[in-house]
Structure formats: structure tokens, C-alpha cells
Design a binder for this molecule. Structure first.
Ligand code: ASP
Ligand code: MG
Length: 474
């Protein structure tokens, strides 16, 4: 058995759904289970429709209805398929009317509302697969053991899901059925619909693969795999052939946007390999994510940036040797459920970063009683994912690059992770730093036995460092 997950742009319209069917057909012998996102930008459109109903009292499902009914027509599906969609569209319409009447939009209602995207897409795709002779059937994830807590908009599956999911799915696959399952959604123990966080269908897929001990989880996207950098910043960013789970998780978190940051968790437990493929370019090899592997000579695997973060410097006004300072600082953030990303500390100070979405007024007031607090917005985290056994070389080259660009590094963290070196620069400087680092670390020709620089004007010291580098497994 394998799990094949297709994201929104891979099922955006009839044409894309036909491509999905071809890709699935080619691997039918491997007994696939499909996991789908909502079609195209449907999740965003649903959230906009909810907002219109809530704020302006406007109720319209036109955009969503048109997209799905057009796909039905273009795929020449039978009236039965339409009958499967109609009740969902009606329910959606009533829900929006309800929101517009009571002018209330709780996280619970939002989750119920966005669930329609995935529920519609699995029904259309399963109907199309059936029309091509494949024994496919659509399922809402809660029919197949996806039970979560009640953390609406960011729910976590309860641990019983590890046994519930295979108990439901494995018999279906044995029967010769191809289950087409909604990604992203679940139900809590009271039967309320929940969602697993934006982009959460990657997690749904890896969870099925891991709990059913599938041979592999394939995540089909619209790019050729995990790239060495964001292609919008670095034009010649290349797909990375293999990465470890840890590297993939760090990359996802620090801005690579290819996989959901938590998608690696189930596979880390089970050791299931994940393959990231491009549904727009199926022959491309993609990126394979595995527990570990022997690294090649390149010290760096990929470079990412996380934009628009806020840097907070907190310097204790108490004496050196005090205890409890760090715990007071972190509990001020934790109590407000603010997620701190990067941290660097000294005896009397701590610097940390958060996404710019948080209002830090209260935290500042609270911490000002024990420390001087300096908050600076407009920063970016640049993250280098690589072989931290070669951290001195990576840091030397990265700092040299920043120096040549005239960019001041404002905080550094290597952390306990064996794969991540991160530093802070001004947000406006991030793209040029990423570009220059990419050029320094990747613009090289690999010759068996040694590495040579090809680009002109590289610092001699950096070229030397590359040549003397040894490979090593993490
Ligand atoms: N449709 C949801 C979203 O856009 C979940 C997903 O695509 O993974 O976030
Ligand atoms: Mg999506």
C-alpha cells in the first residue's frame, strides 16, 4: 500500500483531476490510498465567504459552487455525482446564512465551514476515478478514524487514531477499493468538525501512511520537490534529491513552504519514506525524505528565509547569578500562547524572535518590571540547513558573505538541532543574503573526490574551505 496526497493546485480543475487520475492509474498495482486538499484556492474562498457573511451579512457561494459544478461538467460526470454534491452545497449555504444572521463566527464554526472544500473535492475526484473504471470511493476523514482534540483551527489527532485509522483503512484496501480521503479535517470526540491547521492535508497523508505502515507516502505538489532555496528569490534553485526528516521539518518550519511543518512527525515514528513529487511534471525525480543517509560532500542542503519576524532583546535589570529569569521571560510568552521561534541567551540577557502577528504591548509591560525590553520589527530569519558537523565552515562562509554584502548579523542560533544554523538580518536584506549564500554554497561543480568553485569573484578562503570539506553522516 502507498499513500498519494494531492494538494489544491494538483486538483484545481477538471484538467488537473484528469492528470491525477493518470498518475494514480500508473501506480494502481501498489494499492494507493488518496488524500486530497480542497480544489485550488477553495479554502481561502470559503474563509472569505465566511468573512463576508459575518461582517457584511452577505451570503454567496457562487464562486465555490461554480468551480465545482464546472469541474463536474468538464469531467462529464453522471447526474449521480451531482447528487452527491448538492446536499453539501445546500448545507454550506445554510451555514453561511446562519453566520450572517447571528453575526458570530467562532473557531468551531470556521472549521465546520472550511471542511466543505475537502469534502467536495474528494467526491468529485472519486466520481471521476470511477468513471474511468477504478473502484474508488470518497470518505470524510472521520469515517476512517481521524479523531482529534477540540483545538479548533489547529487540532491534534488523539493517540487512538494510530489504531483507529489502520483498522478502518486496511480492510478497504484489501477489498480492492481505492479510498479517496479528505485531508486537513477530523472530528473531536463530540463529533464537531475540526481542522489540523492550514496545509494540514500533508499531515493527514503522512498519518495514514505511518499508521497503516504503508510502503511510502507520496506528496504531490506543483514544484519539483524541496528546492535548495525559494525559486522566487533564487532563479536557479534546484531540487534536493534526498533530505532527512529532521532537515525537512526544519525547512518546512523556516519558510520552505513545501510541506506542513508537522507532516514529518508520524513518519519519524514509523520510518516511512516520503516522496515529494510535482504533479505538473511527473517524470521529475522529486525529493525523497528518509530517516537518515550518508551525506555527500556539499556542506549545505538548502537555504530558506522566514520573513517579517520581530526580534525582542530582554536584558535583566537584576544581578548576575539570579535564577528564574529565563522561566519568567518564557512564561510571559507562553501564557499568551505566543510561539517563540529562535532564542539566544547570555547570563543576563535573552534575544528571541516571534512572527510579527503578535501584539507585544502587554508582554513588554510585564517584562519591564524585571528587565529592559527592546522590540525591533522588520527582521528576517535566514536558515541554513546542512551538516552541522561542518558548522565552523558554514558559519565562516555565511558571515563572510554577509560581511561582503555589508549586512550586519543581529543574532545567531545553532541550537540543539543537528541540521539548522539560523541568523537574523533586516527583512529587506534577506533576499540578497539568501541569493548570495546560495551562490556561495551551490554554485560549484562537483568533481569526483573534490569540489571546485566555478563562479568568478568568490572569496578565496571560501573556495579553500569547500575543497577541504569532508562528508559525514548525521
Ligand atoms: N485546504 C487546506 C489549506 O488550504 C489544507 C491543505 O491544503 O492542506 O490549507
Ligand atoms: Mg490548500
Amino acid at each position: 500500500m502507498i499513500v498519494m496526497k494531492f494538494g489544491g493546485s494538483s486538483v484545481a480543475d477538471a484538467e488537473r483531476i484528469r492528470r491525477v487520475a493518470e498518475i494514480v492509474r500508473a501506480q494502481l498495482a501498489r494499492k494507493p490510498v488518496l488524500v486530497l486538499s480542497a480544489m485550488g484556492d477553495t479554502t481561502d474562498h470559503l474563509l472569505e465567504a465566511a468573512d463576508d457573511a459575518y461582517r457584511k451579512g452577505l451570503v454567496s457561494i457562487d464562486r465555490i459552487e461554480n468551480l465545482h459544478l464546472k469541474a463536474l461538467r468538464d469531467l462529464k460526470l453522471s447526474p449521480e455525482a451531482r447528487k452527491e454534491l448538492s446536499p453539501l452545497l445546500k448545507e454550506l449555504q445554510s451555514l453561511l446564512s446562519g453566520i450572517s444572521l447571528i453575526r458570530e463566527l467562532t473557531p468551531r464554526t470556521r472549521d465546520y465551514l472550511v471542511s466543505f472544500g475537502e469534502r467536495l473535492s474528494v467526491r468529485i475526484t472519486a466520481a471521476y476515478l470511477r468513471s474511468t473504471g477504478i473502484k474508488a470511493k470518497a470518505y470524510d476523514a472521520w469515517e476512517l478514524g481521524f479523531v482529534s482534540d477540540s483545538g479548533f483551527t489547529e487540532a491534534k489527532l488523539i493517540k487512538e487514531s494510530w489504531s483507529l485509522i489502520p483498522e478502518k483503512i486496511i480492510p478497504l484496501v484489501r477489498e480492492g477499493l481505492l479510498p479517496v480521503v479528505t485531508g486537513f479535517i477530523a472530528q473531536d470526540v463530540n463529533g464537531n468538525i475540526t481542522t489540523l491547521g492550514r496545509g494540514g492535508s500533508d499531515f493527514s497523508a503522512t498519518m495514514i501512511a505511518a499508521s497503516c505502515k504503508a510502503e511510502e507516502a507520496q506528496v504531490w505538489k506543483d514544484v519539483d520537490g524541496i528546492l535548495t532555496a525559494d525559486p522566487r528569490i533564487v532563479k536557479d534553485a534546484k531540487p534536493v534529491e534526498t533530505v532527512t526528516y529532521e532537515e525537512a521539518a526544519e525547512l518546512a518550519y523556516f519558510g520552505a513552504q513545501v510541506l506542513h511543518p508537522r507532516a514529518m512527525e508520524p513518519c519519524i515514528k514509523s520510518g516511512t519514506p516520503v516522496l515529494v513529487k510535482n504533479s505538473y511534471n511527473p517524470p521529475a525525480p522529486g525529493t525523497r525524505i528518509v530517516p537518515f543517509f550518508e551525506k555527500k560532500t556539499l556542506p549545505v542542503r538548502a537555504i530558506t528565509s522566514r520573513r517579517n519576524v520581530t526580534l525582542v532583546d530582554i536584558v535583566s535589570t537584576r544581578m548576575v547569578g539570579q535564577y528564574g529569569f529565563l522561566s519568567e521571560v518564557f512564561s510571559a510568552f507562553a501564557r499568551r500562547r505566543f510561539s517563540v521561534d529562535m532564542v539566544a541567551t547570555s547570563e543576563v540577557s535573552v534575544s528571541l524572535t516571534l512572527d510579527a502577528v503578535h501584539d507585544l504591548g502587554e508582554v513588554r509591560k510585564e517584562l519591564s518590571q524585571i528587565a529592559s525590553v527592546d522590540i525591533r520589527t522588520g527582521k528576517a530569519i535566514v536558515t541554513i540547513i546542512g551538516n552541522v558537523k561542518r558548522s565552523s565552515e558554514i558559519l565562516a562562509r555565511a558571515f563572510r558573505t554577509c560581511q561582503l554584502l555589508g549586512v550586519t548579523v543581529q543574532m545567531v542560533s545553532q541550537g540543539a538541532s543537528k541540521v539548522n544554523i539560523s541568523f537574523i538580518v533586516n527583512d529587506t536584506e534577506a533576499p540578497e543574503v539568501v541569493k548570495a549564500l546560495h551562490m556561495d554554497f551551490f554554485d560549484i561543480l562537483e568533481v569526483p573526490g573534490k569540489i571546485e568553485k566555478t563562479g568568478p569573484g568568490k572569496p578565496a578562503q571560501a573556495a579553500g574551505a569547500a575543497q577541504s570539506g569532508k562528508g559525514g553522516a548525521v
